[in-house]
Design a protein around this ligand. Structure first.
Ligand SMILES: Nc1ncnc2c1ncn2[C@@H]1O[C@H](COP(=O)(O)OP(=O)(O)O)[C@@H](O)[C@H]1O
Ligand SMILES: [Mg+2]
Length: 593
């Protein structure tokens, strides 16, 4: 179980050095976990290559045995049988390879998704959905393709190439060594061209991320974009991004093709040279057969050279994805090595802030916070917009880690409490709750799995959160089964807030923290909810953020926040006795009423 985000804004280790083979080897364990299937694919691919061999020797057999018709026909029948058997093996291989590829996708996606939990909230929001779609979708498929192609082609092609090389060497040693020399030079040149492939692949990946991100934002902000009447501007920007990406993708193809052209060129030159050099030596039919066999071997060697060159080009193309995916797969487990973690056990006695500060890139959002939240009491945090109120809640929930000082709960540092027990005891109503595009019921069950909901609790929850009317209205859609819509767009703002309240009720946590939860609710509902909160959570630790001061008159303790600092604290009456932010806010709000 992950235990909260790393201490600062960064996530995990720096990007690993981009060495191609090393990046490739990193992903081999995924194949090793499926070694039986991998072995089947490898062996059957090898078998297919071997079954192609008999046809290679046809010229040699024909020239040597042209007077023995039975022998030749027998050999032809053998070649045919090998081809047919090869076709059957091929179908089986396709099936196992497809299964293997999908399984690799599954395993990598599973690991990547599990590691998401380890990421820092700030960096997740800073990167946005495009980044993660790229990683868990395209990067995973690129990696799968590379691994699968390696198994179903490259390894066997290169291995059979080596076998052919031995045959060629025994036929014509000098020529074969000379040919090898040419291939090595070619390899160096191909590597050079592949650097461009890699560079443009990196650019293309970044652009793909941007394109996905733009689309996701466009759907998320659909209403506001439409209402602004500026949809064409978004369309234009999107088209620019897509066009730019198309240009880069063409460049990748071109450089990849140039790199792939070289082996053809090299091999063709060698074949021509063999004919040119061998011409005067052809003084017998055997000699001719030998030369044809050698050039046939050479042409059989084509796939090996091509496979090696294509593999290195594919690797260059895949490199940005291999590296990009690792930034999430390599996330260290924050709870690893922590031995003194303990679950948080109720009752909650006290939550203490000891000189707590949180800064982003040196900019403090809150600093020097020293106060206590008493267990079983009602504490309010007030302050103007941007004062750092929500940040305090994020610190309490360990969605952010203090960059200064520490928070203690029942005398124990928050970092020494298991995060899941902490979050189980804390019920959070954010300023803008996130509503999932599933049923109202699923939305309500976010913090409390169905198995934990006691009989009658759901009805009580609907009553508590004033959701009865909504369910009635959606009777035709199945009541609680009605779908909330993307980002909760089929619900009003107030209904979304009430869903969040319902979640809180079902979770029934020891610590209730609410961030301006009544902001979107009409006054009547708000009053009812306040009442329910007082009765339902009377014995719990309640922390409420608000700037509507009339809602917190009954608070046991009020903390006044100003520009990231706690400038005052006390009860409503105490705070009114002295000049300061609270009294100012109060008189302004009294005037307004
Ligand atoms: N990820 C972020 N990067 C930089 N500044 C941030 C970030 N999140 C919040 N802030 C800033 O921190 C300040 C406090 O934010 P917040 O705690 O949300 O205030 P509020 O009291 O209104 O809840 C605000 O001025 C906000 O602009
Ligand atoms: Mg806020």
């Amino acid at each position: 179980m992950a235990n909260g985000p790393p201490p600062d804004g960064a996530d995990g280790p720096p990007e690993p050095a981009p060495s191609g083979i090393r990046q490739f080897l990193y992903y081999l364990p995924y194949l090793m976990r499926l070694r039986w299937a991998a072995l089947v694919v490898l062996i059957s691919t090898g078998l297919m290559a071997a079954l192609r061999l008999p046809s290679t020797f046809l010229p040699k057999i024909l020239t040597e045995h042209f007077d023995d018709k039975a022998y030749v026909f027998g050999y032809l029948a053998f070649v045919l049988a090998a081809l047919l058997f090869g076709a059957v093996v091929r179908m089986a291989t396709t099936y196992v390879a497809a299964w293997l590829g999908e399984r690799v996708v599954f395993l990598i996606r599973k690991d990547a998704f599990d590691r998401l939990e380890r990421l820092n909230m700030l960096s997740v929001f800073a990167r946005g959905p495009g980044h993660f779609v790229q990683q868990l979708d395209r990067d995973v498929y690129t990696t799968r393709e590379l691994l699968e192609n390696t198994l179903t082609g490259t390894i066997v092609d290169i291995a059979s190439g080596l076998a052919l090389l031995i045959a060629m060497f025994s036929l014509k040693p000098t020529l074969t060594v000379a040919a090898l020399g040419i291939f090595i030079v070619l390899g160096v040149v191909i590597r050079f061209f592949n650097r461009f492939v890699k560079k443009y692949a990196g650019q293309a990946r970044t652009m793909a991320e941007g394109i996905t991100g733009a689309l996701v934002e466009c759907i998320g902000g659909f209403r506001d974009i439409q209402a602004s009447g500026r949809f064409p501007r978004f369309a234009e920007r999107y088209q620019q991004q897509v066009a730019e990406s198309a240009r880069v993708n063409v460049r990748i193809r071109v450089w990849g093709e140039i790199a792939g052209l070289l082996p053809w060129l090299g091999l063709s030159i060698i074949v021509l040279a063999v004919y040119a050099l061998g011409l005067e030596k052809i003084n017998s039919l055997e000699k001719l057969g030998e030369i044809i066999t050698y050039t046939t071997l050479l042409s059989q060697f084509f796939p090996a050279v091509l496979a090696a060159s294509q593999w290195s080009t594919s690797l260059s193309m895949a490199m940005p994805s291999l590296i990009g995916l690792r930034t999430i797969l390599d996330q260290p487990d924050p709870s690893a090595g922590r031995t003194n973690l303990e679950p948080l056990v109720p009752p909650i006695r006290e939550i203490t802030f000891e000189n707590v500060g949180f800064a982003i890139e040196g900019q403090p959002l809150v600093q020097g916070l020293n106060f206590s939240i008493m267990g079983g009491k009602f504490t309010a945090i007030v302050g103007q917009s941007g004062a750092g109120k929500t940040t305090i809640f994020h610190l309490l929930l360990r969605l952010l880690e203090p960059t200064q000082g520490r928070i203690l709960i029942n005398g124990r540092a928050l970092s020494q409490v298991t995060t899941d027990s902490l979050r189980r005891q804390m019920g959070f109503i954010p300023q803008r709750p996130f509503i999932f595009n599933t049923s109202l019921l699923d939305n309500l069950l976010l913090a409390a799995p169905e198995s934990e909901v006691k009989p009658g609790q759901l009805e009580a929850c609907l009553e508590f959160a004033q959701l009865g009317e909504l369910i009635d209205k959606r009777r035709d859609e199945g009541g609680l089964k009605a779908i909330a819509g993307y980002l909760g767009n089929r619900l009003s703002g107030g209904e979304q807030q009430r869903i969040a309240l319902g979640r809180l009720f079902l979770q029934s946590p020891q610590i209730v923290i609410c961030d301006e939860y009544t902001a979107n609710i009409d006054v009547k509902t708000e009053k009812l909810i306040h009442e329910a909160m007082r009765t339902q959570f009377a014995d719990r630790t309640r922390v409420v953020i608000t700037h509507q001061l009339h809602t917190i008159r009954g608070a046991d303790y009020i903390i006044v926040l100003e520009r990231g600092r706690a400038v005052d604290a006390g009860t409503h009456e105490e705070l009114l006795t002295r000049p300061g932010t609270y009294r100012d806010l109060w008189s302004v709000q009294q005037l307004g009423n």
